[in-house]
Design a protein around this ligand. Structure first.
Ligand code: F0G
Length: 462
């Protein structure tokens, strides 16, 4: 290994406190999965050996975060911990007004209750499901303007989260700028495979929207990972610090919602940040109604301290190099085993293409969900379907939507698992792949949960 290569393998933390986990027997796993109705969300955490269900709220806190938490100020109004958190976020983003929320979807509910009206539209790049649901709940509709490469699991493109600016222009022209509530750029694009959006694309989208008088917002849950990809992949950014890149990214938007459970590495929290004082005033009332007073918004002082420090932790480049590298290594292991993954590998997760993994299983029989079930049974590994079950039904016609991609997501919690865990996961997936090559039947819904069916629907084998 060259010195440069070795530097890329540096793990910039070590474990000081550990959480015991265990692997149930094959028989126990089979019966737990059946009792859960083949729904991964119905398993108990203790039923799981390696939990790749989500990277949300599952990261390990740093010693600095734990230390800071002891300084939490639980004042109902005007908490010192709020000032610290908001100050750090403003320093990062340049957005002057910050409102905490209990998690990302709380921020979405508050923002959309103010910005979205009946029949307004919110164009974006593959909106996350809670985001889409909140826009629809407020009477609006989402229009997906992701570039076509972003919908093709095999297409090589460094920024598959990008918006198709042509499609965005057409959408705005079609609905009329007055009916566009705002444009939402999700960084990185979770539903599209954790794929980044380039600075050039953010700049272009923003320029067009400014011309049209339309606000642009980020769904900023994974803003730091997006910035790292810009540093690695976009011309002109290799020598810039991620902090500078983040600052430039936010300079093109009017505000953001953020789940703080991802890149800000806290178990619970979220925020809204905006540039406009008038909008900030409008957001206060729904925050008080739904979340809490606007200097805590459902977060404790302790959590706001951890969040303030989490924003510092995630801006360390050795952290991001290891983080993105660890996910890439998992992807490389799976690729080497012949498993069809979404390329290139995203920031927080590796996505397996369910339809290519089970080419014999009909698309309507939930191949990605089937893979989630089989991975658990094979090795106690929990993952999550991002596909036909998640996308649900068209709110207007009630018809099942057939998504462009039917994916199994292996989301990697931050600073939590060792390489041994991930090597084990590769072996489990490779075994399922090998042993279920000729499979021709998948799953059918047993109980379909109304509305958001992702979390609680159950299935049966066909
Ligand atoms: N936006 C994006 C891009 C997300 O990935 C999530 C959550 C949210 C918003 C909502 O935030 O959970 O704090 O309310 N994603 C989690 C996941 C649940 O597993 O991908 P939240």
């Amino acid at each position: 290994m060259s010195e440069r290569e070795r530097a890329r393998t540096v793990v910039p933390f070590r474990a000081k406190v550990v959480e015991p986990i265990r692997l149930l027997s094959r028989e126990e796993r089979r019966s737990r999965m059946e009792a859960a109705g083949l729904c991964l969300f119905a398993l108990k955490g203790d039923d799981v050996y390696v939990d790749l269900l989500t990277d949300s709220g599952t990261g390990s806190l740093s010693t600095q975060q734990l230390g800071a938490m002891m300084m939490g100020d639980e004042s109902y109004a005007g908490s010192r911990s709020f000032d610290k958190m908001a100050g750090n976020f403003t320093a990062l983003s340049g957005l002057p007004y910050v409102i905490p929320s209990h998690q990302g979807r709380g921020a979405e509910k508050v923002l959309n209750s103010v910005l979205v009206r009946k029949h307004s539209v919110v164009p974006g790049n593959s909106h996350f499901d809670t985001t889409k649901a909140h826009i629809e709940f407020a009477g609006g509709r989402c229009v997906d303007c992701t570039i076509s490469a972003g919908l093709d699991s095999g297409a090589a493109h460094p920024f598959k989260g990008n918006l198709d600016v042509g499609k965005l222009r057409e959408t705005i022209a079609h609905f009329g700028p007055r009916n566009v509530a705002y444009v939402l750029i999700t960084i990185t694009c979770n539903s599209g495979g954790g794929q980044p959006v380039s600075m050039e694309n953010i700049r272009e989208v923003s320029a067009h929207c400014r011309e049209q008088g339309i606000a642009v917002f980020f769904d900023a849950a994974r803003f730091a990972e997006n910035a790292w990809f810009i540093k690695e992949r976009e011309a002109g950014y290799a020598d810039k610090h991620v902090r500078e890149i983040v600052r430039e990214m936010f300079s093109y938007v009017d505000g953001c919602t953020m789940s703080s459970k991802k890149d800000a590495i806290v178990p619970m929290g979220g925020l809204i940040a905006v540039r406009d004082a008038g909008l900030f005033e409008q957001l206060k009332t729904p925050t008080i109604l739904f979340e809490g007073f606007y200097t805590y918004g459902g977060m404790s002082g302790m959590m706001m301290e951890a969040l303030a420090q989490g924003l510092e932790d995630v801006m360390q480049e050795d952290y991001l190099r290891h983080r993105i590298g660890q996910v890439a290594r998992l992807g490389a292991g799976l690729r080497a085993a012949g498993v069809p993954i979404v390329e290139p590998v995203g920031g927080h997760a590796v996505f397996i293409d369910g339809r290519r993994f089970y080419p014999g299983v009909p698309e309507d029989e939930f191949p990605a969900q089937l893979l989630c079930v089989e991975m658990y049974k094979e090795g106690g590994v929990r993952t999550c379907e991002i596909g036909a079950n998640l996308i649900g039904r068209d709110p207007d016609t009630g018809e099942n939507i057939r998504p462009a991609l039917d994916l199994t997501r292996l989301a990697i919690p931050r600073r939590a698992y060792f390489q041994e865990h991930l090597d084990y996961v590769v072996d489990v997936v490779a075994t399922v792949h090998e042993e279920q090559k000729g499979r021709t039947r998948g799953l059918a819904l047993l109980h379909e949960a109304p509305g958001i069916r992702h979390f609680s629907s159950t299935f049966r084998y066909l």
